[in-house]
Design a protein around this ligand. Structure first.
Ligand code: ADP
Ligand code: MG
Length: 419
């Protein structure tokens, strides 16, 4: 009884590993690891047979053998075949010849009949065909044993029958578990895929909506420009407004592309954080002036490098700085702070603006979350995905009516590493 449980346990154990090796990895060592795990299971089964009757071992070795073959393929099947024969030979006794017979029949049935079609079977057919297969092979083998060596049927009938049934049930259960795990995995992948598609299509719908507005406005101005009796001042005004609207349309598309394009394809470059933050501060200066915001720089390091793309780096901090300035409609102070610690570069954007509630902070980075009348709700999302691509982290600290601090920590890169 004890050994029966050990057999069942060691037959079921590979299924756990199955999940790790077969489902969760795409590695090329998949087959090797499957073969190894099922071989171990076979050897343990044979080492702790349920009973040993006059040199004939009763154990569940064929369960991992068949499972390994079905889910690992030809090479795994052949490997397991030789593992069984080698170990059975090592154990000794007449049972070896029976094992040669059984496993060879199984190998042929598996390779020639089952493997080509197995994956197309329904779950019911998979389970029942495997149960019937193992039961038949066991029965034939027992009769063969009897007629060749004339001893095996001395064993109590109860033992023989329950051995055949228990093994069939075990393989049925195993197939069911494995198929269940596979189905769960497929479902998970589909769900993930659908989510991504959904958010992309939502995004596309909103982008086209967002882009249409500035285009309509621009179209209106151009129409106005066509009229002959328009004075110079008005004309310039219309042109400025049209340009501004076109810029807005362009920035929406840029934001969208940064999000939609996988960052892995982009070639990384060494970014001098000080230089690039100086650049961002300069770019933001006119916008800050317009809102009576003063920009201050507090750089506590003279040299700091990270890996990323300059274009994205600029976009990330311009988006965040823009939000900070927009959070101070009555003017205020925006501090750019750079520091380094434990091979991390920390960049802080500290504003004295309207701040955010805890709920607002939680929703930051969610596409289309905006509290502004003309907001797109894409700025922080893009900034978050850029920071993630640079293997960094964002922390937000905010107090309503006092201000907000965005802290971005990015792993440093020693200049020689990249060159
Ligand atoms: P948008 O700027 O178009 O609204 P964002 O994704 O850039 O979209 O920002 C989303 C929202 O997060 C903003 O509408 C604003 O309410 C809030 N927010 C972002 N940064 C700050 C900040 N520094 N201070 C206060 N609120 C902010
Ligand atoms: Mg914004």
């Amino acid at each position: 009884m004890e050994n029966l449980l050990i057999n069942i346990l060691f037959v079921l154990l590979p299924i756990l590993f199955f999940q790790i090796f077969y489902i969760n990895t795409d590695s090329k060592y998949k087959r090797v690891s499957l073969a190894a795990v099922f071989s171990i299971s076979i050897i343990i089964c044979m080492n702790f047979p349920i009973t040993n009757y006059e040199g004939h071992y009763f154990d569940f070795r064929y369960v991992p053998y068949v499972l390994g073959a079905l889910y690992g393929g030809k090479k795994v099947a052949i490997t397991l075949y030789f593992v069984i024969l080698a170990y059975r030979f090592y154990l000794g006794g007449v049972g070896f010849y029976i094992a040669v017979f059984d496993s060879t029949i199984l190998l042929f049935i598996l390779l020639l009949v089952l493997l080509p079609k197995y994956q197309a079977y329904s779950l019911k057919t998979k389970i029942s065909s495997m149960m019937v297969l193992l039961a038949l092979v066991n029965i034939i083998s027992l009769f063969l044993c009897h007629s060749l060596f004339g001893f095996i049927l001395h064993a109590p009938t109860v033992l023989l029958v329950s051995f055949v049934i228990a093994q069939a049930v075990t393989i049925g259960l195993s197939v069911y578990f494995i198929e269940y795990l596979k189905a769960m995995d497929t479902m998970k992948k589909q769900l993930y895929h659908n989510e991504k598609l959904k958010s992309l299509s939502e995004m596309a719908a909103s982008i086209s909506h967002e882009v249409r507005n500035p285009l309509t406005v621009t179209r209106g101005f151009i129409q106005l420009l066509k009229s002959p009796d328009i004075d110079e001042e008005k004309k310039n005004n219309y042109l400025d407004l049209s340009l501004r609207e076109l810029d807005r349309a362009e920035s929406i598309i840029t934001d969208y592309l940064t999000f939609a394009k996988p960052h892995e394809d982009v070639e990384l470059e060494l970014i001098n954080v000080i230089d690039e933050m100086n650049y961002v501060a300069n770019v933001m200066q006119p916008y800050a002036l317009m809102q009576s915001v003063s920009i201050t720089k507090e750089f506590f390091t003279s040299e700091s490098y990270i890996l990323g793309t300059k274009k994205h780096f600029h976009q990330c901090f311009i988006n965040l700085a823009k939000n900070a300035i927009e959070a101070m409609p009555n003017g205020g102070k925006l501090v750019f702070k750079i520091d380094q610690e434990n091979r991390m570069t920390t960049i802080e954007l500290i504003d004295t603006g309207i701040g955010m509630t805890t709920e607002q902070i939680e929703r930051l980075g969610v596409p289309f979350f905006t509290n502004k009348e003309k907001g797109t709700g894409l700025g922080t999302m893009v900034a978050f995905s850029i920071v993630k691509a640079m293997k960094g982290e964002i922390n937000v600290n905010s107090k309503l009516n006092e201000g907000t601090t965005f802290t971005i920590s990015i792993p440093e890169c020693v200049k020689n590493d990249a060159t």
